[in-house]
Design a protein around this ligand. Structure first.
Ligand code: GLN
Ligand code: ZN
Length: 758
């Protein structure tokens, strides 16, 4: 049999989230670590068998992890921060990932432009690295004992260093000479495992705009690794974008194969000639590892034929575009989905079949397919056709409106608007507010789920939400906050809540995707043209406004964030989908203001996350994302004040873009960095008002009055009081009331002190 089907990696959390459940039970001390290992072994076995049964020739080992593969790599190198040095085994592993009584966890951050989070390795020049290959070797043998010969997945040394941080300051790449020998030693060990051993090294960092210095490390590193022993087939894999610069270098090293993503990095096509002229095998990523749509075989076969015009057919291996970690497991439990829509979808298990069938069609040719294969091929054609023509997807009215929507700018210039607003809203400076959500108590969660499962009536549900809103208002008035919020009790999630009310959105029962450690998210998916059948937030917000004389802030999630936290249809450009959402939201803004709401906040928490990995693509993204924020608020009158909120803390590169969004007020996350972050606002001459978070909501700690006074004074050194709002870092939904009450009281007291002093 030809070895021509390949999966970059498989999800590990389990189709029933078995790993999540057993880990959390172990952490809660309800079961032993043996139990966790038992579940892990069952999952690995199941996942290997799925791939084997589907006819995948390159199945991975070491793609499993109890928490995260980057953390596993740190352990493999013995890169253990000092504070954990007295721990061993699983205790060490989970202390590094989750912290323990005496030590804080290692930092966690997003894996490229995905919603998967990895643990940031902490390195220093004085570390002594040594090889710990046991996990890798055990997993290989575990599969081998089941009769499955795996390729071994590793995170490459250059990506590892690029993602790590130096605790002793300095450049992580200075440590390459220390970790490369460990990788070489590892290769020696792995080469003993079999006659021929295949190793996949992931180097996704190669898809970024790398400077010459990083690029100069590639050749020596991969020369050294390839020459370790002569029975290793070394494959270097990149994904999420093209890796043109690195490919040019890698073809001149002795590696065996190159894995490229042709879906999210179609520019890789330009490298085919180089690859053809080298002796490299090409692992061609053509089945989408980041989305949930059924592969369009016609398109994929076209793409493969394009590739094979340059690269010899028997050097091409058909693959997923990246690890399937970023897709849900299987459609088999989705018994609530509309059958028509379900027929358009493909999750990890279904994608295995796609890779397999594609390879048969590609290598054998349609004329040589057997009856069953031919039937599958036709089924694929039919479902793609039904999707293309379905009335569920295409809404002429929406399309016309999108085409003719030309008003991007709201009425009036900022300078004019803010004057009118300050008069109408009667405020001067240092206005206090919060970001929107209040603690999500177990009672409100229960109410929501009881309502969903018809255990309580709509009236009972509404009453319990309104009671909670009342409590939030009473508390905020007691606190003497200036601008109030309703607290968001009706929202399970800031995207799902809107998705559920927009036409064109679908939901799965079991479409979980790992976000970090044991945590999973279940993103909704956009399958059709988006419209808003009726107002989504107006009843709750106007109810809340009716209960107070103070100003109630309306609360929406912005178009770019809705888009980034959903699976998006692939039959339309992203920016067009985003524009549809923006237009639907602009109607909501208009309804809110017509109902008497004077301040409306449009959250763009995921605005930065959506940034392209390549500089060359940033301008296009900024153009449409700013356009769509502006469309969303274009219906706001001069006197309606528009706020936005972004929860990340790097603004240097995007300050101008944020200013162009033209929100009247932006609240941002700054509490952990003092006033450092704000300096860019001053330097840039940012004109709109800013609410830099004055305390960190990610920690249960209650900030003292003195501390907040100090923080506000630091902020005042940078921006004048007329330009500043005072608020916490982010929404309070993950906190407890015991923490929120004193924290906000202290925040208001601090502002009173500052105002008296001035
Ligand atoms: N309004 C939302 C909240 O307060 C914002 C959440 C976010 O920025 N992630 O929860
Ligand atoms: Zn936030």
């Amino acid at each position: 049999m030809l070895e021509n089907t390949y999966i970059v990696g498989f999800p590990r959390i389990g189709e029933q989230r078995e790993l999540k459940k057993v880990l959390e039970s172990y952490w809660a001390k309800n079961c032993s670590f043996d139990e966790v290992q038992k579940v892990a072994s069952e999952l690995k076995k199941r996942h290997w068998n799925y791939q084997k049964e589907a006819g995948i020739s390159y199945i991975s080992s070491n793609d499993f992890s109890f928490y995260d593969n980057v953390l596993d790599t740190a352990i493999m190198l013995n890169a253990i921060p000092k504070r954990f040095k007295n721990l061993r085994g699983e205790e060490l592993y989970f202390a590094m990932s989750r912290g323990n009584k005496s030590s804080v966890a290692m930092e966690m951050t997003k894996w490229f432009n995905t919603n998967y989070h990895y643990i940031v390795p902490e390195l220093s020049l004085e570390d002594e690295y040594k090889l710990n290959a046991s996990k890798i070797i055990n997993e290989y043998n575990e599969a081998k004992n089941l009769g499955i010969k795996t390729k071994i997945n590793l995170i490459g040394p250059i990506t590892f260093l690029a993602l790590a941080k130096r605790v002793d300051r300095g450049d992580t790449f200075e440590l390459l000479h220390k970790i490369l020998p460990i990788y070489i030693e590892l290769f020696y060990e792995l080469s003993k495992l079999d006659e021929v051993v295949t190793i996949q090294i992931d180097e996704p960092i190669f898809v970024k705009d790398n400077d010459a210095k990083i690029l100069s490390l590639i050749k020596p590193t991969y020369d050294a690794l390839s020459l370790t022993t002569n029975n290793i087939k070394l494959i270097v894999t990149t994904y999420f974008e093209h890796s043109t610069e690195a490919t040019k270098i890698l073809v001149n090293t002795p590696i065996w194969g190159l894995g490229l993503d042709f879906l999210y990095g179609s520019e890789n096509l330009a490298s085919l000639e180089l690859i053809a002229n080298s002796d490299k095998n090409l692992i061609a990523g053509v089945v989408d590892g980041r989305n949930i749509w059924k592969n369009n075989f016609e398109k994929s076969l076209d793409l493969l034929s394009k590739i094979s015009q340059k690269v010899e057919k028997d050097k091409i291996i058909i693959s997923s575009s990246c690890s399937l970690l970023h897709t849900p497991f299987t459609l088999k439990y989705e018994n609530k989905l509309d059958e028509k829509i379900k027929n358009w979808l493909s999750f990890a298990c279904e994608k295995l079949e796609e890779v397999s069938l594609l390879s048969k069609v590609f290598y054998k040719g349609i004329e040589n397919l057997d009856e069953k294969e031919l039937k599958e091929l036709n089924k694929n054609k039919d479902s793609n056709k039904s999707r293309k023509t379905s009335p569920l997807i295409h809404d002429k009215e929406v399309q016309n409106r999108v085409e003719n929507f030309k008003t991007f700018n709201r009425e009036g210039k900022y300078e004019e608007r803010i004057k009118i607003q300050k008069e109408a809203l009667k405020y001067d400076s240092l206005v206090t507010t919060t970001i929107g959500s209040f603690p999500q108590t177990s009672e409100i969660r229960k109410s929501r789920s009881d309502f969903k499962t018809n255990k309580i009536t709509k009236e009972e549900y509404t009453k319990s939400m309104k009671d909670y809103i009342d409590e939030c208002i009473t508390f905020q008035e007691e606190c003497n906050l200036d601008v109030l919020v309703h607290g968001e009790p009706e929202r399970n999630d800031m995207v799902e809540y809107f998705g559920e009310q927009l036409k064109g959105y679908g939901f799965t029962l079991n479409g979980w995707v790992q976000s970090y450690g044991s945590r999973c998210v279940k993103p909704p998916f956009i399958y059709g043209d988006i419209s808003r059948p009726k107002p989504m937030t107006v009843d709750w917000i106007t109810y809340a406004q009716s209960k107070t004389k103070k100003i109630m802030k309306g609360m929406l999630t912005g178009p770019v964030t809705i888009l980034n936290w959903s699976f998006v249809r692939d039959d339309k450009p992203r920016d067009e989908v985003s524009k549809q959402i923006a237009i639907a939201l602009s109607d909501e803004v208009n309804d809110l203001q017509n109902a008497g709401i004077k301040i409306i906040q449009v959250d763009e928490a995921a605005f930065k996350e959506g940034y392209p990995l390549r500089k060359e693509k940033i301008k296009v993204y900024e153009d449409w994302s700013v356009r769509d924020f502006k469309i969303c608020v274009s219906s706001a009158k001069k006197e309606t004040q528009i706020h936005t909120h972004m929860c990340y803390s790097e603004f240097n590169d995007i300050i101008e873009t944020i200013e162009n969004m033209d929100a009247d007020v932006i609240s941002i996350e700054t509490a952990r960095s003092g006033n450092e972050l704000l300096k860019i606002f001053k330097k840039h001459g940012y004109k709109q008002e800013v609410g830099p978070g004055v305390y960190d909501i990610h920690s249960p700690r209650i900030p003292s009055v003195e501390e907040i006074v100090k923080q506000i004074k630091a902020l005042l050194e940078v921006l004048p009081k007329e330009q500043l709002w005072i608020n916490p870092d982010c929404g309070l939904k993950t906190r407890k009331w015991e923490e929120v009450i004193p924290s906000l009281k202290n925040m208001v007291k601090a502002v009173e002190i500052i105002k008296k002093e001035n």
